[in-house]
Design a protein around this ligand. Structure first.
Ligand code: HEM
Length: 162
């Protein structure tokens, strides 16, 4: 049997629309959820509602790639909220990007696939830089547990010596 007319095993399709975005996003978050460095941020810190998050991410990437404009959200604020709760540093962003890039390369190849990887890298960079430069969220005494409150109440104010 001749293999002449068959594409080489490494040739993958490029992304052409919503169905491809959905496959990409589902596969990517399948990896993220199991990742030992960043999985718990979704599972335990943010307690992500996947039924809501996945469609939001379809809309986000569809907007980035195909300019559909159907995403509404505030990624900067969403990620900034995680900063006081967990580490959102270079290793976490690098892992996120490595998983994203690996997912794109596993499923797609071409101009849109390249644009997707470059956009993800750019956005990761902006998010990482901005959220870690924001001032820390104000200390909110009312949010403390009774134990924490007792602990802080027992602390003497620092002596300010000239
Ligand atoms: C350390 C890396 C990252 C972590 C741990 C992370 C985690 C999260 C979490 C926990 C949420 C909220 C999900 C929920 O509703 O519970 C979220 C939302 C989101 N993430 Fe990330 N993320 C990371 C990097 C990125 C990057 C690099 C991008 C884009 C390239 C991105 C795009 C988004 C978008 C668009 C949303 C929805 C924002 C909104 O609802 O306003 N994330 N992310």
């Amino acid at each position: 049997m001749s293999l002449e007319n068959q594409p080489p095993p490494s040739s993958l399709p490029d992304l052409t629309g919503r169905a491809d975005i959905e496959r990409l996003v589902d596969t990517f978050y399948g990896k993220v959820r199991q990742d030992e460095l960043i999985g718990f941020i979704f599972n335990d810190v943010a307690r992500t509602d996947w039924a809501a998050h996945l469609p939001k991410m379809y809309a986000f990437w569809e907007t980035v790639l195909f300019r559909t404009g159907n995403f509404s959200g505030n990624p900067l604020a969403t990620h900034a909220r995680l900063v006081p709760l967990t580490t959102m540093g270079p290793p976490q962003f690098e892992r996120w990007l490595a998983l994203f890039t690996a997912t794109v390369d596993e499923l797609f190849a071409g101009e849109k696939a390249n644009l997707l990887k470059a956009s993800a890298a750019d956005i990761a960079n902006v998010l990482h830089t901005k959220i870690n430069k924001l001032p820390p969220t104000p200390f909110d005494f009312s949010q403390l547990t009774p134990e924490q409150r007792a602990h802080y109440a027992s602390q003497k104010p620092k002596q300010i010596t000239p």
